[in-house]
Structure formats: structure tokens, C-alpha cells
Write a protein that binds this ligand. Structure first.
Ligand SMILES: Nc1ncnc2c1ncn2[C@@H]1O[C@H](COP(=O)(O)OP(=O)(O)OP(=O)(O)O)[C@@H](O)[C@H]1O
Length: 368
């Protein structure tokens, strides 16, 4: 889904404009308090997103990858303002939206749409899919009566559904058809940005390809920008221009698809790539899991949050290939991704490196 076309950008000589820009965004969830917390006044939080910078430019597709629980969905929901951020700044088309509420927030919701993994969760089972797709047109006061239904019917045809399916109920449609309805519902308000949360993970490989091709065509046709959340690196490689790799609420590496897939710098990115299942004859081989467990989102490790599982972290330091963080913004940039190396000796000593036995398990599972 590459786009080098800058003709829609007012500053056609420069890079496409920044549509969405998140800076140091955090989303922490309070943990249910137990008796101890109530008595001693200590409350813990889940640091689902913990200081993330992210930019999506007009016309591009940015992917967010990472294991389950790394914070991808929470990040997507926070930057699209389904969630209120705990901290940080979010601008959309130059306007600060991090504290928007009421009418201002509704206006942003019209321009930023979220497509859920399971379209059933966003479709009312008691309403026809046509009614569900038409609803945002009423909510946002965009169209009514015949004009509303014409618009919905046109969109159904655009995504390969028949007009006859307007009257179907969600349970009467296949998974692929429901995902197409989900796309219609997202596109009906003519958004600028669509956030896809695992858009094809519930579909088989053939259907995945059809939906991804459709998403690609719609992007060009409607001049859309996409943020695509997926644990599936095959999907991300296929459709994204740039990729951010998330681990334990942070982005550990980012770059173009070529940077990430051909020259990954961070050991976590390398481990993720080694765990990609291969597709042969339309069938996927089983996914290998990374060694070790993701850390607690309540008390994440200090320094590089990956270091307790990192095959390159041995005896308090990285074993050679020092990773660098690649900047999305194109300054080839160079903050050390392994923040652990920036820590003082005392801080490192306070943290127990993985035992020899743990290292062997990690190395075995990463194929080193
Ligand atoms: N509403 C919530 N309340 C408390 N904790 C939450 C909430 N939503 C998410 N979390 C926690 O935040 C962390 C990140 O979750 P999130 O769903 O964003 O990760 P993810 O990478 O999208 O994972 P998955 O692919 O499994 O959806 C997890 O530890 C999760 O349990």
C-alpha cells in the first residue's frame, strides 16, 4: 500500500502531511483494588501503553506489531480517542484532540474510524446490517431518508456485497461478508483515518487475501490513511509502508517495511521475525512461540523491558549487536533501542539477569 503521491498534500514538495501525531502517549488502567490497597492507600496500574510516539501521514499505512498483550489495541483505541489518554499529546490534522469531549469528540469520531477484529462486536444482532451501517449517518447528521439508503447501498456494492444483503442480519452472513459490512460501517462517514484491529485474523488465508486487496483498493479510491494493528507479520509486510514494533507498552523499533523485515535491529523484532509461520500451498505452518513470558504490565522490568527474555542480554550487557532505534520521521536516527545499556551499573546490578538455564531455553527457542 505504498503511496508516493503527494498531490493531495498542500505542500506537494514536502512529505505528506502528518495526519495523526501521538507524543509520549500513555494509557494506564487502574487495577481493581484489594483490601491491602484500600488499607494502605497503594493502587497499582496496568501500563498498557507507556510513553509512545507515533505518526501516521496522509495516504500511508502504518502497522503496529507485537505479541498479545503488548498494548497494540490499547494504543489504537487511545490515539483514535475511543479511550482517554492518561498522558501525552495527540494531534489529528494539526488539532489537539487528547482532551476532546462532547461535540468535538464526535466530530473526531466521524473522521477516525475503528474496525474491530470481530465485526459482530460492532454490529447489533437485532438490526439488519443495512441499518447498522446507516446509523452513523443519522448520528452524525450526515444524510437522511433516500439519500442515506442510496449511500449505504452504493457502499455495499463498492465492497462486493449485494443490495439484497442490506436486509440481512449479522448471523446470516459469513465471516468475510461481515468483515465487508464492518468496512462499510467504517467508511460511511467518509473518514480520513481508519484503524484496523486485526482485520483478517479470524479469516482463512484465501479470504484474508481478498479482504486485504479490498482494503488496499479502498485506500486508493477514498484517499485514506490506515493504522493497522496485527500480530501477523505476514499481513503487515504485505500492506504497510512503515511499521512500529511494540513490546510491553513501548515501541522498541520502527522503520519502513524494508528496515524491519530485512534489517531488524532490536532483538525482540528479530525474535518476532524468527517466529513467523511460513505459508506453503495456501496453508500456514504452526506459529513458533518466543521463549519466555511477556512481563507484567503492572511492574514492567526497568531498562529495556525485553532484557529478561533477550537472547543477546548476557551477564548484564548486550552481547555485541547493539541495536539502534530507527526513526519513523526519516532522520535515520539513533537513540539506543536497548535503553538497558544507558542504565547505571547500580541499576543493572539491581536487576537479575536471566539464569543460565533460562538463557538456554531462550536460545533454543530462538534457534541461535
Ligand atoms: N480495559 C482494561 N482494563 C485493564 N487492563 C487492560 C484493559 N485493556 C487492556 N488491558 C491490559 O493492557 C495490556 C495490553 O492489552 P492490549 O489488548 O492493548 O494488548 P494487545 O497487544 O492488543 O493484545 P491482543 O493482541 O491480545 O489484543 C494487557 O496487559 C491487558 O490485559
Amino acid at each position: 500500500m505504498s503511496t508516493t503521491d503527494t498531490t493531495t498534500d498542500p505542500d506537494a514538495d514536502g512529505p505528506p502531511r502528518e495526519l495523526l501525531k501521538a507524543t509520549n502517549v500513555k494509557k494506564h488502567f487502574p487495577l481493581a483494588e484489594g483490601l491491602f490497597d484500600r488499607l494502605f492507600g497503594e493502587s497499582q496500574v496496568v501500563r498498557a501503553v507507556d510513553g509512545v510516539d507515533l505518526t501516521v501521514r496522509a495516504g500511508e499505512t502504518v502497522g503496529i506489531v507485537g505479541e498479545s498483550g503488548s498494548g497494540k489495541s490499547t494504543l489504537g483505541r487511545t490515539v483514535s480517542r475511543l479511550y482517554e489518554p492518561t498522558d501525552g499529546s495527540i494531534t489529528f490534522d494539526g488539532e489537539h484532540i487528547e482532551t476532546h469531549s462532547g461535540r468535538e469528540l464526535r466530530s473526531i469520531r466521524r473522521r477516525v474510524q475503528y474496525v474491530f477484529q470481530d465485526p459482530m462486536s460492532s454490529l447489533n444482532p437485532r438490526k439488519t446490517v443495512g441499518e447498522s451501517v446507516a446509523r452513523p449517518l443519522t448520528v452524525h447528521d450526515i444524510a437522511d431518508g433516500e439519500a442515506k439508503w442510496d449511500r449505504v447501498a452504493d457502499l455495499f456494492e463498492e465492497v462486493g456485497l449485494g443490495r439484497s444483503q442490506l436486509d440481512a442480519y449479522p448471523h446470516e452472513l459469513s465471516g468475510g461478508q461481515r468483515q465487508r459490512v464492518g468496512l462499510c460501517r467504517a467508511l460511511v462517514t467518509e473518514p480520513d483515518l481508519v484503524v484496523f484491529d486485526e482485520p483478517v485474523s479470524a479469516l482463512d488465508v484465501t479470504l484474508q487475501a481478498q479482504i486485504l486487496n479490498l482494503i488496499d483498493r479502498l485506500q486508493r479510491e477514498f484517499e485514506l490513511s490506515y493504522l493497522l494493528i496485527s500480530h501477523d507479520l505476514n499481513v503487515v509486510r504485505q500492506v504497510c509502508d512503515r511499521v512500529a514494533v511494540m513490546y510491553a507498552g513501548e515501541i522498541v523499533e520502527r522503520g519502513t517495511v524494508a528496515d524491519i523485515f530485512e534489517n531488524p535491529k532490536h532483538p525482540y523484532t528479530r525474535a518476532l521475525l524468527e517466529a513467523i509461520p511460513q505459508v506453503e500451498g495456501g496453508q500456514r505452518s504452526g506459529r513458533q512461540s518466543l521463549g519466555g513470558e511477556p512481563p507484567s504490565a503492572t511492574t514492567p522490568p526497568s531498562g529495556c523491558r525485553f532484557h529478561p527474555r533477550c537472547p543477546e542480554f548476557i551477564d548484564g550487557s548486550c552481547s555485541g549487536r547493539t541495536p539502534t532505534l530507527q526513526s519513523v520521521e526519516g532522520d535515520t536516527g539513533h537513540e539506543a533501542a536497548c535503553h538497558w545499556l544507558d542504565r547505571s551499573e547500580a541499576e543493572r546490578a539491581a536487576h537479575t539477569p536471566p539464569s543460565r538455564a533460562e538463557r538456554e531455553v531462550i536460545q533454543e527457542s530462538s534457534g541461535d
